[in-house]
Every structure is written in structure tokens, then in C-alpha cells.
Ligand binder design. Structure first.
Ligand code: GYE
Length: 342
């Protein structure tokens, strides 16, 4: 059954200003008015998913979650498009999905910018866009809702963890040199975590970021970037390595191993990353990784709830739906490692 929605948020666009999901809001979305489907094709809901690529273990878990949720047996026909780490390819994917007249588009953008035109086209065709994971810089009335993580908060949590750890170790007065490996430029996950980290680090006059480099969330690039950093900085000058995802930390670890630099709770350098993948738990248990700030990749059920509410003609209460997340470290990892399914 091809359900086409005429969404009066097209009109609402004219009346609301541009704001993203930086501030948690409780406002209601405009009521959605449905119109009769133009052409009945099958009993399935046709959903287009635009994914970023395959840059990390987080991404694999996230993709699998969608592939396992939006299945035929549950009433969905999922068209999965891999953005291949190319923002242009993602925009083209949205235009293709609009042409195919899918019922919904789930957008997981690589970067925030460049979406205005494609999202306008989706609005014109009455195809609801649900944004997940990272955000987009368009008038928020142009998409139904966003769901994902509070990346700024994740950055702050990393700093909080480090503060507590140093106090426990009696090292809070020491000068601390930090190497930071960042995700791809223009991604909400990068900007949020980086500003959360930097804002927290600023509060410590004895903490200093001695290198911060982009490694695009990938293990391979992080290894190369860390190898380059180690040609410029003496290992003894590095106190902490923070990587904005686990895979970049694994790459940095490879680079340090090659130079026989010891790291982790059993070594000399404090290691902190984000995501909390199963492999990160293993490294916390084995004494290589200090802490991983959880970023939950299992977003499909949250997206499905939004779609089902729209299908039921309900109002979506709120625009931004944040996922609950924890902090894991080498002390509590062994208690939780078995819960981790990805
Ligand atoms: O942390 C990283 C990934 O946007 C939250 O992207 C996501 C990030 C995640 O590839 O591993």
C-alpha cells in the first residue's frame, strides 16, 4: 500500500526559524494531515535509508540494526543506500529516493551542510524525512524529527571521567599533555564531542592539547595520523590520547605499539575513546584502554516509533529524541562486556 502523506509542515516551514537539536526541546510538531494514497502497489511501507558509509564498527552495528528492524516480515521494504563517505553521493541518494516515491526517508548525514535543496524537494513531494545520528543544518520544520546522541555531553563525560581518574590517582596537579584524534569535519559527532572536550579541558589550566588532528573516524587513517604525530612529539611528552571513536583509538594503539610505547591502565599513556564497542570492552578488560564513552548505535527502534506514530496519524511530541548512554572504563568493563552485542 503506497501511503502518501501530505504534511502541513511544508506550510509551517514558513513560520518557524532555523534551530537544530542543540537544545533539548519539548515543543510539538505540527499536525500531520494524511491524504489518500495515489497508487496502491503492495502492503509494505517503502523506506529509503541513506547511510554515511562503513567507516567504523559503530556504523556496522547501526546499519545492521536498521537491516534487522525494517524487514519485509515486519511490513517494510528498506532501500539501503551506502553514502560511501561522500556527502555529494548522499544528496544524490536523496534525490533518487524522491524519484522512487518512497514513503519515508531516513537520513543519516555525513555532514550537516548541503541538505537544503534536497530536503526542500522531499517536502515538495510530501515525503517525510527523519534524521538520525548526526544532524542537518536546515530549518528544523523541514524534517519530522531527529534521533541520536548528545555528542557535546559525550565530550563532557570524557573530561569528567579523566578528572575523577586523576584525582583517584593523586595526579590532578600534574601538567597533562593531550593528543586528540577527531572525526570527519562538519559532522555533528565531531563538532559536539570536540567542543564538549575543549570546553571541559579549558577549565584546567594545567591541561594542554598538544596535537589535534582529523582522522575521519577510521582506524587506518588514525594509525597514519598517530604515526605522524609520533615523528614530531616525544612519547614521553604525551600523557593522554583521546580519540573521538574506538576505531581511531585502535589505529592509534597500533601506531604506539609499533614504537613500543606503552599505553592503557597497564601502561604510561591514558587512553579514552567513544562508542564503547565490544572490541573496546575487550581492550578495557585487557588493560589497554582506560575508558570508552558510550554512543548507542541502535537507533532503528526510535526511528520506527516515529514512523509508526506518523502512520497512526499521531502528533510527534518533540523534535529531538536523545538516546540514553553510559560511561564504561577498565574497572567496570568486565561486568558489562557480555551485554554488548556489537
Ligand atoms: O561515533 C563513529 C562513527 O556519528 C555517532 O560516526 C556517529 C559516529 C561514531 O563512524 O564511530
Amino acid at each position: 500500500m503506497k501511503k502518501i502523506l501530505l504534511i502541513n509542515f511544508c506550510l509551517a516551514i514558513l513560520f518557524f526559524g532555523i534551530t537544530g537539536c542543540a537544545v533539548k526541546t519539548e515543543e510539538e510538531t505540527p499536525e500531520i494531515v494524511r491524504r489518500q494514497a495515489a497508487g496502491v502497489e503492495d502492503e509494505l511501507l517503502h523506506i529509503g535509508l541513506i547511510q554515511t558509509g562503513k567507516e567504523s564498527g559503530w556504523r556496522d552495528a547501526n546499519t545492521n540494526d536498521y537491516l534487522n528492524t525494517f524487514i519485509k516480515e515486519r511490513g517494510y521494504d528498506l532501500i539501503y543506500i551506502d553514502g560511501n563517505s561522500s556527502p555529494e553521493r548522499q544528496v544524490k541518494a536523496m534525490q533518487d529516493l524522491i524519484q522512487q516515491k518512497v514513503d519515508y526517508i531516513i537520513l543519516q548525514p555525513i555532514v550537516e551542510t548541503g541538505w537544503e535543496e534536497a530536503v526542500n524537494q522531499a517536502n515538495e513531494e510530501g515525503i517525510p524525512v527523519i534524521v538520525a545520528d548526526r544532524q542537518i543544518a536546515v530549518d528544523k520544520e523541514k524534517y519530522v524529527a531527529w534521533t541520536g546522541s548528545d555528542f557535546y555531553e559525550e565530550g563532557r563525560k570524557a573530561v569528567d571521567w579523566l578528572e575523577t581518574y586523576l584525582i583517584e590517582e593523586g595526579r590532578q596537579k600534574e601538567d597533562l599533555n593531550i593528543v586528540l584524534l577527531e572525526g570527519n569535519k562538519g559532522a555533528t559527532a565531531t563538532t559536539g564531542r570536540t567542543s564538549g572536550l575543549r570546553d571541559g579541558i579549558k577549565n584546567h589550566s594545567n591541561w594542554n592539547i598538544i596535537a589535534s588532528e582529523c582522522a575521519n573516524f577510521t582506524q587506518g587513517e588514525a594509525q597514519t595520523v598517530m604515526e605522524q604525530i609520533l615523528t614530531k612529539v616525544y612519547p614521553s611528552e604525551i600523557d593522554v590520547v583521546i580519540a573521538e571513536n574506538d576505531n581511531m583509538m585502535f589505529g592509534a594503539m597500533k601506531a604506539m605499539e609499533r614504537k613500543e610505547i606503552s599505553f592503557g591502565p597497564e601502561g604510561d599513556i591514558i587512553t579514552i575513546s567513544f562508542d564503547a564497542l565490544g572490541d573496546a570492552f575487550s581492550k578495557m578488560v585487557s588493560g589497554e584502554l582506560h575508558a570508552s564513552i558510550e554512543c548507542n548505535p541502535l537507533l532503528a527502534s526510535s526511528v520506527e516509533n516515529i514512523i509508526q506514530d506518523l502512520e497512526d496519524g499521531k502528533q510527534i511530541k518533540g523534535k529531538c529524541f536523545y538516546i540514553e548512554e553510559n560511561v564504561y572504563d577498565y574497572k567496570n568493563a568486565s561486568q558489562h562486556i557480555k551485554e554488548r552485542t556489537y
